[in-house]
Design a protein around this ligand. Sequence first.
Ligand code: PLP
Length: 377
Amino acid sequence: MIPISRPDVGPAEEQAVLDVLRSGMLAMGRRTAEFEERWAAYCGVRHAIMMSNGTVALEAILRALGIGPGDEVITVSFTFNATVSAILQVGARPVFVDVRSDDFCIDPDQVEGRITPRTRAILPVHLYGLMGDMDPLIEIAERHGLRIIEDAAQAHGATYRGRRAGQFGPAMFSLYATKNLMTGEGGFATTDDDDLAERLRLYRNHGMRERYHHDELGTNFKPTDLAAALGLAQLSRLDERTARRRRNAARLAEGLRDYLVPVVPEGREHVWHQYTMRFPGERQQVVDGLTERGIGTLIYYPVPVHRQDYLQRYLPGAADLDLPVTNHLADEVLSIPVRPNLTDDELTAVIAAVREVATPVSQASVSAAPAKTEGDR
Ligand SMILES: Cc1ncc(COP(=O)(O)O)c(C=O)c1O
């Protein structure tokens, strides 16, 4: 079996965690502070605040910006549910726009039409490790006085015109076990804004500046030093592992060039959290064929958030929203292994198996399909 993800942990990670265990200081402490400093420097921002996972980090960012009941946040439905549940958790309303089929990210052309007097922020998701088209979003946000909040859960080190994810507004990164940088569970909120960073730190730790004196309403979103130590060891190899992901993605693109492979728009650097192809009309057959051949696959995500059962109770009628690209992609996408610890033989096997089970599609034949295609902007 060639699984789609397998955590890359070695002696450095084992030693780092063991050192913390032996230190007798397991809760948030020195390791967390060091990991935060190094992650902020890596992203090129002033502050990184580590939390127990990415979902609560996003929730904390929204709360710290004062976004809540009566406010709207424009985002996408083609994402992991947490992007949207964080908005609902603070009492705000998610407003969905469609994605583009070339980069699978928010379609900036659709944002302005959904702005109302209640809109507070635009929340793009850098899906699969590729940043969305930020320039038009920045322009719209500035014109309407809106914040940009990045869901960079999958985009550690991805760039847009030379700027790393995290530099476009407060951002959330996930450190979940399968992510490019991982601590099992964990997350970061990053920001250049000193006041916002202070509010995030307070909120994460019961609103306490001084022990047992609670200045603000807070909660416990703290990570452990065990997780931070694991993350530090991972971070020292992130660039090397991203380079391997890129090499693997290049081999997949070459070996599968007559299929609908992902494209990287000019000016962006992909970090290949996932290698996500489209198999219109034959995805189930491809999943079955690859499974039979021992190749792990996953569908990120088979049911877009606007069609989730629970969401209908918060946004009645959401399932019928007009999001054609999102709906098409949910039926067509399939991620195949691209992880850094794939061997050459495994990569060859993945390519051969896809070629055996899937029908080659020329890009030209797809441009007639309802979903917008690679050339569309
Ligand atoms: C796009 C996206 N948003 C949010 C999250 C939530 O992060 P976490 O699992 O760390 O809570 C994830 C990861 O699972 C994600 O992929």
